[in-house]
Design a protein around this ligand. Sequence first.
Ligand SMILES: [Zn+2]
Ligand SMILES: [Zn+2]
Length: 144
Amino acid sequence: MKEIITAESLLRDRGLRVTPQRQGILQIFLNDPGYHWSADQIRDRLLGQMPGLARGTTYKVLNELVNAGICEELATQDGIALYGLRLKPHHHFFCTVCHEWSDIEISGISSLTIQGHSPAASIDHIDVVIRGVCVKCSTQASKP
Ligand SMILES: [Zn+2]
Ligand SMILES: [Zn+2]
């Protein structure tokens, strides 16, 4: 049986008080796991049900979710941070055509080593980004 994860139980598990803003924002991630959103996209989605949701609050809640280990923050090359669910460690595939980020799992990460001079005193975790063309974009390109 698949365990159902609710926003409320996740927040409680990680020691965060359940507030409508935290619940609403987290629910967006839970509805579409594996998708990555910008803070503005999340806010746009919620404005219907939370007309007073400020930009600052959205960022504050996202930071809280990141710090609690529920969400991840991806720094993209466009300079816009994207947020995704991070219930288990994962890596990313970035499509160079549609710029969409997808969660992927990779094996062999633990055997990676830094060659030559290492600037790292210690390593917390390794984030791998694999770039290429996604299946969706590749099928569209091959259509006449
Ligand atoms: Zn694509
Ligand atoms: Zn992700």
